[in-house]
Design a protein around this ligand. Structure first.
Ligand code: SAM
Length: 273
């Protein structure tokens, strides 16, 4: 009966339930900020220095960032922080950490592709950790972010690389293999025991023309891109560090909201149904 209910729910409902459960199980990405992170909170969350020397007074949205890490550290660095997440349990951690540390954090339960609770042009900076994989259409997220950012505002986001979502969790005798098509439709098959995927969630593969082209078409200009380094020469075969030697798991994008109105694609883009 429970399995039938899950199969019939939307990806959003499914992922809300899955992330609530991950919090209760103290899973990966549900750990609040540690004491040592508060020594230099901005450096702890902005190693690349993309946000400059100070974010004091900036209106900053932590999008799909519940868990009591990002919201608390950006607030400790002086920003006026709002955190949005679909998981009430993740947001409970944000509220708990903010209360413990005397920080002012506004927590909003919403989906990243439906931000009507947030006013147009009400943020200077939007930060989004890896999370666009949980919605079917990344363009809907970008359009929402473009709406709530001021012109000239910064959007820093991290995403799973498509090839990482295509590649097997474990190596065969031939190494890691591409097992999913690039033009995958619908949620990816579930995996067990992968450190590149979150068990129990529904994840979607977004192609480069959606991740990068979609951002440009939503009204952003991309200023910088990095691939956070996770490759480890000493790592055990099959581990996160070992697989990352062959397939980079993530991309981090620094983009700026331009003054131009978002426009449609100049070329025909295949959108999964
Ligand atoms: C990998 S975690 C990122 C946050 C985490 N604190 C970290 O350490 O990076 C992904 C987050 O996306 C949230 N999420 C999943 N689907 C979402 C949606 N449709 N809208 C908003 N948040 C969503 C999850 O609840 C989870 O908090």
């Amino acid at each position: 009966m429970a399995a039938e209910c899950v199969a019939m729910s939307s990806p959003h409902d499914h992922n809300r339930i899955a992330w609530d459960a991950r919090v209760r199980a103290r899973g990966r990405f549900t750990q609040p900020a540690r004491d040592e992170d508060f020594r230099n909170p901005l450096a702890a969350v902005d190693a690349a220095g993309w946000l400059g020397p100070s974010i004091a007074g900036q209106r900053l949205l932590c999008l799909a960032s519940g868990g009591g890490r990002q919201s608390a550290l950006y607030a400790a660095a002086g920003a006026q922080v709002t955190v949005v997440d679909i998981s009430a349990e993740m947001l409970a951690l944000d509220r708990q950490v903010a209360a413990e540390r005397g920080l002012d954090v506004r927590a909003v339960e919403a989906s990243m592709d439906s931000l009507s609770a947030l006013a147009t042009g009400s943020f200077d900076i939007v930060i989004q950790p890896v999370s666009t994989c949980y919605v079917p259409n990344v363009l809907d997220v970008y359009r929402q972010v473009a709406r709530i950012l001021i012109s000239g505002g910064l959007y820093v986001s991290q995403h799973k690389q498509p090839v990482s979502l295509q590649t097997s969790a474990e190596p065969s005798a031939r190494g890691y293999e591409i097992v999913e098509p690039y033009y995958h439709r619908g949620p990816l098959p579930s995996v067990v025991g992968s450190s590149h995927r979150e068990g129990g969630t529904l994840e979607f593969l977004h192609r480069w023309e959606e991740l990068l082209g979609g951002m440009c078409r939503a009204g952003f200009s991309i200023e910088d891109v990095i691939e956070p380094m996770h490759a480890d020469e000493q790592a055990e075969i099959g581990s996160f560090g070992h697989r990352s030697r062959y397939v980079a798991p993530y991309i981090r994008i620094k983009a700026r909201r331009t003054g131009e109105r978002p426009k449609g694609p100049a070329v025909k883009v295949w959108i999964p149904q």
